[in-house]
Design a protein around this ligand. Structure first.
Ligand SMILES: *Cc1c(COP(=O)(O)O)cnc(C)c1O
Length: 395
């Protein structure tokens, strides 16, 4: 009999969350000014060993601010993976730029071979910029995404970016706490290698501020300008002078109070994520119908989202598995519908996305929150181990 619901990922508030939020309320500093914002930014910059951080309303806002700052504008092309949450792509559209969609590699992150082939075969260098030959449009930037907390191959992506004069916005919204485990960036936290990195503190992320995000970079001028843009580009607080137009994207002190407390818990969460993942792996080692996918990031990743993959790519079977789990009060869901197939994006160019399509038909994400108990993990494993027997096609 199904027990209580096991949710995919829920917030975990066992530290100073209430204390700091109360402090913000009691001092009446709840809006976009207040001491917690700066403290949260400083603490995060310290943690990631970057020079600057700008707290904002969401990860999506952070991505948008980066694209705007780095001059991505109407008609420019931005290289993105098709396998990502839609926010990555929406931010490109906010600048009236156009996405070009790429497949993923075996870790579900952007396929670097395909990016390289596209840049070498379909583009040419022209006076310090890269132009897509067929359209004549400028390829301005790329947004690699560390999907589910696993790592993109930043060594090769940064080499390509240098050769082709591309801006790299690292979408590290899912990978906070991860530290590159190989190559020349070994030891560097995710989000700190590109020209800027973006974090998210949405409710299902490894730490949450309810909603929120942050831009991090060693480029101090970039982050200063991004902070300025996030506050309506206000030059003078007395006379409200604005030399540019901006956005209302600044994080509030209430959110930052929550964020500061959550950041104090991050190391504990990383440990729990790793331990829970190991328990799943061990229990599912002999599973007949599929496997818990390994992370290329190994011990250095944040193990944010766990992916259980069926042995074969069969979308109907994947749907039966989802139904089977959800009917047992185990919240599970497929990977996001691929972006190049989404209605608003179908008109943009997409490479062959065969790997992403296979993952889409194989993978379901299973409960991965830091509140999970061992009993809950075991219940999920038992259900997965029994799926083979229960799943008779046609019934
Ligand atoms: C969560 C997330 C974002 C940003 O989301 P917000 O809800 O705006 O903070 C961006 N990209 C990816 C891949 C994400 O998972």
């Amino acid at each position: 009999m199904p027990g209580e619901a096991i949710l995919l990922s829920t917030p975990n508030f066992q530290g100073n969350e209430k204390k700091y939020v109360n402090e913000a309320v009691e001092t009446e500093w709840v809006s976009t000014a207040g001491a917690f914002i700066g403290r949260f930014e400083e603490r995060m910059a310290d943690r990631l060993s970057v020079r600057q951080a700008c707290a904002c309303q969401s990860g999506t806002a952070g991505l948008h601010l980066c694209l705007r700052h780095f001059g991505v504008s109407a008609g420019d092309l931005v290289l993105v993976p098709t396998l990502t949450f839609i926010a990555t792509v929406n931010a490109v559209l906010y600048q009236s730029a156009e996405p070009v969609f790429f497949d993923c590699d075996e870790h579900m992150c952007i396929c670097v071979d395909q990016v390289e082939e596209y840049l070498e075969r379909d583009c040419r260098l022209e006076g310090g910029r890269t132009v897509e030959t067929a359209s004549g449009k400028t390829v301005k930037a790329m947004i690699p995404v560390h999907v589910f907390g696993d790592f993109c191959d930043m060594d090769r992506l940064m080499d390509l970016a240098e050769r082709f004069h591309l801006i790299v916005i690292e979408d590290a919204t899912e990978s906070l706490g991860g530290v590159f485990n190989q190559g020349r960036y070994a030891g560097r936290p995710t989000g700190t290698v590109g020209h800027a990195g973006v974090l998210s503190f949405n409710g299902n992320k490894i730490i949450t501020t309810g909603g929120g995000g942050m831009v991090v970079s060693n480029d101090e001028a970039a982050v200063s300008h991004i902070r300025y843009l996030s506050q309506q580009a206000k030059d003078d607080g007395m006379y409200f002078v604005h030399e540019e137009w901006g956005y209302n994207y600044r994080m509030t002190n209430l959110q930052a109070a929550l964020g500061l407390a959550q950041l104090e818990e991050l190391d504990g969460f990383l440990e729990i994520k790793r331990r829970n993942y190991a328990r799943y792996r061990e229990r599912l080692a002999d599973c007949g119908c599929g496997e818990l996918l390994p992370f290329g990031s190994g011990e250095k990743g944040n193990h944010w989202f766990y992916s259980f993959a069926l042995r074969e790519a069969d979308g109907e079977r994947r749907d039966r598995l989802l139904q089977y789990l959800n009917s047992r009060q185990i919240q599970a869901r497929p990977i996001w519908k691929l972006n190049h197939m989404q209605t608003p994006f179908r008109k943009y160019r997409a490479m062959d996305c065969g790997n992403a399509l296979q993952f889409y038909d194989r993978v379901v994400n299973i409960p991965c929150g830091t509140n999970l108990t061992e009993e809950q993990i075991d219940r999920v494993c038992e259900a997965l181990l029994n799926f083979e027997v229960q799943d008779r096609p046609g019934i």
